[in-house]
Design a protein around this ligand. Sequence first.
Ligand SMILES: [Fe+2]
Length: 333
Amino acid sequence: MIAVPGLVPAFVERLEIHPAPGHEFDRYELERALAPLRHEFPALIVAGPGPAPTGLRDVEVRTADWRDPEFDPDGVRELSLYAEPGRVAIVVVAEPGERPVEAVRIAQEVITRWQHLACRANGCWVNPWFEEALWAHRELHDMSKPLVVADYAHALDTWQWVLRLDPEANAALQLAALYHDVERLMSEADERVEHRADHYARYKNAHAEKGSRAAAPVLRRCGVDPLVVERTCDLIRRHERPGPDRDLCLLADADALSFFSLNAGGFVRYYGMEHARRKIAHALYRMTPRGRQRLDRVRQHPSVRDIVYAPVSHDPPPSQVPRPAPRPPRDRA
Ligand SMILES: [Fe+2]
């Protein structure tokens, strides 16, 4: 386990799945259902009902609430960046008669929503500059500003999505996930402006370019290997444009998955549906088929889900549609 206290106030260490009060799970069925979840979240303790560990604060999430389209995960303060400092166990409580496999499916959506408060990692932490870059990234964020807090959660979440999609993700890809939106800390810390852009794709590309330039000196100050800085900044610079680069595809998938699993509800509230439609089309267009498949296991805001699964939702946004190739001149013969 990585020493991350301070990066997030409430650190999720444990996920428990409990039957409804007065009910019991079939233990064999529960263990079978838990195995893939443990595999997918190796840094987390995933358990059924049992003796409660000491020192952890339980935060209960009922599967009945989770299924309710009106339930808003953004309202769970104990699982936010405004929570009291401490170590947390998320306890998912099933409905009466609910099978373990179904409760575990909900638990998977629950921990996905709050994975930015947990931590998975790989061998990149052996470089001392990697942790320096994590802290430098944290210090860029003025946590008194709600929009900045949302950006910080999204950065951590995109990082966690990258590691989920590729547990062996290299340091440059991880740092690009963390730093990819730092430009917003300069341009949108107090008010969002992207919905006023005349040309959305052009605006997003400029955002990426400026973010790349902003990240470079911070990473250099942390002593990050120059080749890693170069690659990180290159990924940030191109992160809004899909391309044949594997790391770039992973970053675009992670960024979009974080939008759908973490940010979409707040995005709809802030901007309204008109701009949300444009954002969703942009996010879907950047995703690979593999990334889009993951959306099936993400709890989505009801009005966002309607757009995602609309028959035309995977079409590129108008600003990204390439112009038709010019016709060859007519044969005058
Ligand atoms: Fe992003």
